[in-house]
Design a protein around this ligand. Structure first.
Ligand code: UD1
Ligand code: CA
Length: 409
């Protein structure tokens, strides 16, 4: 089996996004776009990954500081996708395997498609293989040019297309696999003779064909996977598509989502079997929900929420950085932040943890079987022992269990 490396292009300044943030750090369902592209590479077994960064390079590198097997490659001038690939030459010049190239602004890439791409490349013993998509509206994408026998002749960028070429609906989503040696020979030949005066990777494909090597394409990319995010509007469309995937996977794992269109679940959230998510629920960040819980309508779960099983969170309940044991009920209008809530605790309507004293965020610990009456304010730091009964309207500032030492900034 050929050894495989990947180059991910992520250096571009995103003028169309009108942003100070590097484009690939913009989030889709709670994770930066680049994270999804890295996942797809890893899922098909690629561990040698080169990410070309430029605009905001330190921010990108900092974000992914913990990620493994990434070599960061700097591209200061950003004169086009071929130029970006060229920057990897010093690392890959002696590499004998195959090199996959993907764009950091294509978060919808799926590992299954890359597997098809790899399979086609091997079966055809090709020098380069493209995975393509057919779109109803191909505007903005490079068009795949084929001769009348269906052989690939090249890729023409939208801005360089003739009127006839603009009508072509088969496009280049920028999923490529190359014989590494042939790739770098071709990339060196690329000239910036196009409307934008950039070095185009797509022109390298034409050079490979011109030198008599075999280039093939497989129409394996679904339209909803082809999108490259160049604008905020496209970012929102990509997020919608990703949200559908996240919810589909949860439903396949036994979670009921009553109204998928009016529910938002972060890509990092984990939800157990037979849990029901009612409409207008927003789950943000690394949230863990166990079995047979009922969440919403109108619930807001924030990072660090951990619910065991049979927990009920009702209307306008916000939970952050808190854990709740089996059988907890917080049915109406509550804020539970930085708390540890024991088994079978009932929190009445409008009760809150006052977790911030103006300087520090403090924790609240509520033991098992406690009853917190409506409209109670639990002023943290606070510890309530098992079975505590808090009257409605109480402002609780005194511990009845051992003082908690934990403090957070
Ligand atoms: C590119 C393709 C186009 C394809 C589309 C799919 C080229 C010339 N065109 O167009 O055929 O249909 O993607 O979404 O390749 N980048 C760098 N350095 C640079 C320039 C770009 O790293 O100097 C990175 C960008 O950050 C981005 C990716 O390469 O992640 C693609 O660049 P972008 O400018 O978005 O290309 P498109 O015009 O979308
Ligand atoms: Ca793009």
């Amino acid at each position: 089996m050929a050894e495989r490396a990947a180059i991910i292009l992520a250096a571009g300044v995103s003028s169309r996004m009108n942003t100070q943030l590097p484009k690939v750090l913009h989030e889709v369902c709670g994770r930066p776009m680049l994270a999804y592209v890295l996942d797809a590479c890893r899922e098909v077994g690629i561990t040698k990954i080169f990410v070309v960064v430029g605009f905001g390079a330190d921010q990108v590198e900092r974000y992914f500081a913990e990620a493994k097997n990434i070599t960061w490659v700097q591209q200061q001038e950003r004169s086009g996708t071929a130029h970006a690939v060229m920057r990897c030459k010093e690392h890959l010049k002696d590499f004998k395997g195959e090199t996959m190239i993907l764009c950091g602004d294509g978060p919808l890439v799926r590992a299954e498609t890359l597997t098809t791409l790899i399979g086609k490349h091997q079966m055809e013993q090709a020098a380069a293989t493209l995975a393509t998509a057919v779109l109803e509206d191909p505007t903005g994408y490079g068009r795949i040019i084929r001769d009348r026998y269906g052989n690939i002749q090249g890729i023409v960028e939208d801005t360089d297309c003739t009127r006839e070429q603009l009508a072509i609906t088969e496009i280049n989503p920028s999923y490529y696999l190359f014989n590494n040696r042939i790739l770098f020979e071709a990339v060196e030949q690329v000239k910036p003779d196009n409307v934008k005066k950039e070095y185009y990777l797509t022109d390298a494909v034409s050079h490979i064909i011109a030198t008599g090597h075999k280039v093939v394409a497989v129409t394996a990319v679904q339209p909803e996977e082809a999108m490259g995010v160049n604008s905020r509007a496209q970012l929102s469309v990509a997020s919608k598509i990703m949200q559908k995937r996240i919810q589909q996977e949860l439903m396949d794992h036994g979670v009921t989502i009553v109204d998928p269109d009016n529910t938002w679940i972060d890509a990092r959230a984990k939800i157990g079997q037979d849990t029901v998510i009612e409409p207008f629920t927003y789950i943000h960040g690394e949230v863990k929900i166990g079995r047979a819980c009922r969440i919403g309508p109108f619930a807001y779960l924030r990072p660090g929420t951990i619910l065991e099983s049979d927990v009920v969170l009702g209307v306008f309940t916000e939970v952050k950085n808190s854990s709740m044991a089996d059988g907890v009920r917080v049915r109406h209008h509550s804020f539970i932040g930085d708390a540890t809530v024991g088994k079978n605790v009932n929190v009445g309507a409008g009760s809150i943890t006052a977790n911030y004293d103006g300087h520090n965020v403090n924790r609240t610990q509520i033991g098992d079987n406690c009853y917190i009456g409506s409209g109670a304010v639990l002023v943290a730091p606070l510890a309530l022992k098992d079975g505590t009964h808090v009257n409605a309207g109480a402002v609780v500032t005194q511990n009845n269990a051992e003082q908690l030492q934990q403090k957070e900034k």
